[in-house]
Design a protein around this ligand. Sequence first.
Ligand SMILES: Nc1ncnc2c1ncn2[C@@H]1O[C@H](COP(=O)(O)OP(=O)(O)O)[C@@H](O)[C@H]1O
Ligand SMILES: [Mg+2]
Length: 417
Amino acid sequence: MSVRSDETFPERASVDYDSCVARVLHIEDDPHSRRLVSKLLLRAGHEVFETESGLEGIRMARRVQPELVLVDINVPDLDGYEVTLRLRSMRELDGVPIVAITAEGDRQTSLAVGANGFVTKPIDARRFAEQVAGFLRGHRESADETGETKLREQSQRIVEHLERKVVELAAANERLEELARLRREFLQNVSHELATPMTPVVGYLKLLLDEELGPLTDLQRKCLGSIERSTRRLRSVTDTLLDVSALESGRMHYFERDYDFADVARRALAQVRESLPDERLTWRIGAMEGPLPGRGDPDKLRRAIVHVLDNAAKFTPRGGTIAVEVARVGAWHELRVADGGPGIAPNAQERIFEPFYQVDGSVTRAHGGVGLGLAFARRVTEALGGQIELVSPPNAPVVGEQLGGTLVKLRLPASGA
Ligand SMILES: Nc1ncnc2c1ncn2[C@@H]1O[C@H](COP(=O)(O)OP(=O)(O)O)[C@@H](O)[C@H]1O
Ligand SMILES: [Mg+2]
C-alpha cells in the first residue's frame, strides 16, 4: 500500500541530505502505529510506502527502491529480524539504512541481523522526525561483542520457524491432495447419477414424439417439444461432466479413424446454429471446403468444436457477429472462430481452460454453463495431437472481419499430406 506515490518509480536519486526527504518503506502490522508513523513521515515531507506483512515488505522493497526502511520487529508471517536479514542480502538495498522499531530488549539482535539502528516503541512523536533524519544523514549504530551470539541464536530461531512452516505446508498439501481426490470422485459420482436416469427419459420421449405410444394432439406435441429441448440441454451438461470426469481420471477412450476436418467443423456449426434463433447473431461463414483429411476421433473433435462455437454464440450480445473459417496451415488444419463479444482479460486467458473456471462465476451471471467446455476442448484437442490457442482481442481478421472480442484457433495435424 502506498500512501503517496507515483505510478512509476524513478531511478533511486541520491538522498537530498539538506532537506532529508526520502522514499521510506514502513513495515508494520499494527494499524495505530502505522498511522502515527505515516503521519509523522508525511509531515516531514517524506514519501511513504507501507505494508503490514513482512513478505509483502520484501517484495515492495524491490519495487519501490526505498531510501530508508522502517521495520517493526513483531510483524506476522516473517518477523522483523527475518525481514531485516533478507533485506540486508539484497544488492539493491546496499547502503540503505534499515531501522528496527523495537522494544529495548531486541536491540542487539536487530543490529546482529543487519539493522543500522532502532527507534524504540512506543514512538516518541516529538523526536521521531529527527531520529529518521539522523539515519538519512548517515547515523549508524553497530553491534557490540554480544552480536555474534545473538546472530547464532537468531539463526536457530529462524531454522525452527522454517521447520514449523515446512511441516505445516506438508500437512496443508496433504489436505489439498485429499480434496482434489474427493473432487474427482464427486465429479465421477455426480455425472453418473445424473446421466443414468436420462436414458429412459430420452428413450420414452422419442417413443412419445414418434407417436409410437399413440397419436399426439398439437398441444401435447408442443409440450413434449419443450421437454425435449430442456432434456437436450441437460444431456449436454451431463455429457460434458462425464467427459471431463473421464479425462481427469484418464479413462477417456479415443477412436482412431479417418475424417474430414471441414466436414466435422460444418457439422459442429450446424449443431450450434440449430439450437439458436437465427436473428440473434450474424454469422460470417468463410471457406469450409474439404476434404481436409485427418485421423483421430471425429466425434470428440466435433464436440470440442461445439464448445468453442457455443461460447462465441453465448458471449456475443444480440446483433453481434461471429466469423468462422477453416483452412490448411502448413501441416495443420485450422479452425478459426472470432466473435464480437466482450473478450477475455489477459489474466483469465489461461485459467478459462481449467475445469469449472468462469470469468463470471456468480449465480447472477447472464449466461448458463458449468465451466467445463474449454477444459474439454483443450484436453481433447491435445489428446488428438493438436493445439488450441486464444487471442483476445483477435489479432487478425477472420472471413475479412476484424472483430473485437475473442479469437480461438483450434489446430489438428493434417494427415495424408
Ligand atoms: N468467446 C468467449 N468470449 C468471452 N468469454 C469467454 C469466451 N469463451 C469462454 N469464455 C470465458 O471462459 C469461461 C469458461 O468457458 P467454458 O469452459 O466453455 O465454460 P462455460 O461456457 O460453461 O462457462 C466462460 O465462463 C467465459 O467466462
Ligand atoms: Mg462454454
